[in-house]
Structures are given as structure tokens and as C-alpha cells.
Design a protein around this ligand. Structure first.
Ligand SMILES: NC(=O)c1ccc[n+]([C@@H]2O[C@H](COP(=O)([O-])OP(=O)(O)OC[C@H]3O[C@@H](n4cnc5c(N)ncnc54)[C@H](OP(=O)(O)O)[C@@H]3O)[C@@H](O)[C@H]2O)c1
Length: 254
């Protein structure tokens, strides 16, 4: 049985890949940066003697995702865990000044990309569950999918959407035995802020004077959900760093 992780080339996705590899599971990893995935796959295969399949895939491209699913049917029949993690925030501006290109990228990745991958992979998981497999979908949402903050607008909109889609999946999969969990992290130090602010130095200041979560903290939470007995479905987990009390309240020691 295998674990399919989107956005495994960095941050939380790579953390999940490491955590699942350590449990000895076969992995299917996708992201746009194929070289990075290849390096990670080699590292994990050497460290854990697991099989890791790494594929360059842009989840925004519907046709490419459909072709990927068609081409890799035999791999997909073994998938029991799908981690829908690929996502990003782009920009941080008031709605009236926002970049429409940034909005398109967030909506296309965080919502449509998640849907394209899920539409392709889930039928295989349903069949697997029908044959007795212990199947589980983990959607990486955000605290931005529960509370809005100034200039978060469209990113928050996509993550509110991920929350609604996670709830919908759970009801639509009723009776299949497939578990659905949404993990909603607060501040995690990954490449997230670099991507959002398009500036490495500014990105560092996001975490200055406070201890953010690490990708491994979130990967551990994901693994914990999966390791519960089959009759236990952790529907959602909200994880903040201790220094962050709400979406916009952070205690910093300067
Ligand atoms: N860091 C935080 O504070 C935080 C908090 C709450 C929620 N989250 C969520 O956690 C998830 C992971 O983010 P992260 O913090 O780990 O950031 P990250 O280090 O920037 O990782 C994002 C991952 O998504 C992949 N990705 C982006 N666009 C993609 C596309 N079109 N097709 C395929 N893969 C794509 C990236 O790979 P490529 O660039 O190689 O494609 C990368 O592997 C996101 O959904 C994010 O919204 C993060």
C-alpha cells in the first residue's frame, strides 16, 4: 500500500514524505520541481529501503493531471493515503489592490488542483477500501480557512474552500470506510512566506522573535491521525505555535 503526497518538494509535503517513509510505506510524490523530488526520493530510498516514485506534476493543469492518472493506473491501485498538500499563498494586499494573477494561482492550486488530483485518485481508493484497504484522505487547510486576517482575502477564501471540500468529501464518502481529515496549521516555517512575499529577507522577518511550527510538527500530526484505529476519524486538527494565539496575534521576543 502506498501514500500519495502532492507538493512534496518542500515544507510540509516533504516532512510528510519523510515521516511516512520512516514507517516503511511506498510513496508517490508529486510537485513541479522534479529535480528536488528526485533528490528526496533517493534520500528516502537509501535511508528506509522503501520504494519512492517521484513525478513532476503541476496540479493546476487539468489535462496533465488526467493524463498522469491514466498513465499511472497500476500505481494508483495501491494508494491508501492521499495527502492533498500542494498549495500556496501569493501576495498580501488589500482586495482592492490585489494581483489577479496571484488570485488565479491560489485558486487554481489550492482549490482546483486539489480537486483534479482527488477526482483522479479517489475512485482507486474507493475500490481499494471496498477490498478491505484502510484508506484516508488528508487535506492540508489552514487556520486561514477558519479566520480571516487583514490582506488574507483570497488565500483565506481558498482555505475556507478546502474546509468545505473536506466536509463534503466526508459526507460523499459516507459508508465507504474512507477517513477524511483536515489539518489546519498556523505559522509553519517552510518556503511558504518566501513564495508569498517573493522576498527571502522579508520572509525571514515573518518568524522573527517567535518559534514557529516546523514541517515535522505537522507531519507528526498527520501520521498520528493515520495511525488511529480504523473506527476513529479525526475530522480536523487546528495547530498553532504556542506563540501564536490567533491568526493575527503573535507574541515576539525582540
Ligand atoms: N507554512 C505555513 O505557515 C502554512 C500554514 C497553513 C497552511 N499551510 C499550507 O501547507 C501547504 C504546504 O505549504 P508549505 O508551508 O509546506 O509551503 P512550501 O514549502 O512552499 O511548499 C509548498 C509545496 O506545494 C507545491 N506546489 C505549489 N504549487 C504547486 C503546483 N501547481 N503543482 C504541484 N505542486 C505545487 C510546491 O512544490 P513545487 O514548487 O515544486 O511545485 C511545494 O512542494 C499549503 O497548502 C499551504 O497553504 C502552510
Amino acid at each position: 500500500m502506498s501514500v500519495f503526497i502532492t507538493g512534496a518538494s518542500s515544507g510540509i509535503g516533504a516532512g510528510c514524505a519523510r515521516a511516512f517513509a520512516a514507517t516503511g510505506r511506498e510513496l508517490v510524490l508529486v510537485a513541479r520541481r522534479g529535480e528536488r523530488l528526485k533528490t528526496l526520493a533517493q534520500e528516502l530510498e537509501a535511508a528506509h529501503e522503501v520504494k519512492v516514485h517521484a513525478f513532476e506534476l503541476d496540479v493546476r493543469n487539468r489535462k496533465t493531471v488526467e493524463e498522469f492518472v491514466e498513465r499511472h493506473r497500476s500505481l494508483l491501485t495501491r494508494v491508501e493515503i492521499l495527502v492533498n498538500n500542494a498549495g500556496l499563498a501569493a501576495g498580501l494586499s488589500p482586495l482592492q489592490e490585489g494581483s489577479v494573477d496571484d488570485w488565479d494561482q491560489m485558486i487554481d492550486t489550492n482549490l482546483k488542483g486539489l480537486l483534479y488530483v482527488t477526482r483522479g485518485v479517489l475512485p482507486y481508493m474507493i475500490e481499494r477500501a471496498r477490498q478491505g484497504g484502510d484508506c484516508h484522505v488528508i487535506n492540508v487547510g489552514s487556520v486561514a480557512g477558519r479566520w480571516v486576517y487583514p490582506n488574507g482575502n483570497v488565500y483565506c477564501g481558498t482555505k475556507f474552500g478546502v474546509r468545505a471540500i473536506s466536509e463534503s468529501m466526508r459526507v460523499d464518502l459516507h459508508g465507504t470506510g474512507i477517513r477524511v481529515t483536515e489539518i489546519a496549521p498556523g505559522m509553519v516555517e517552510t518556503e511558504f512566506s518566501e513564495v508569498r512575499l517573493k522576498d527571502k529577507t522579508k520572509a525571514k522577518t515573518v518568524y522573527s522573535g517567535m518559534q514557529p511550527l516546523s514541517a515535522d510538527d505537522i507531519a507528526e500530526a498527520v501520521l498520528w491521525c493515520v495511525k488511529r484505529p480504523r473506527h476513529v476519524n479525526i475530522q480536523e486538527i487546528v495547530v498553532f505555535p504556542t506563540a501564536q494565539s490567533s491568526v493575527s496575534l503573535v507574541a515576539r521576543k525582540m
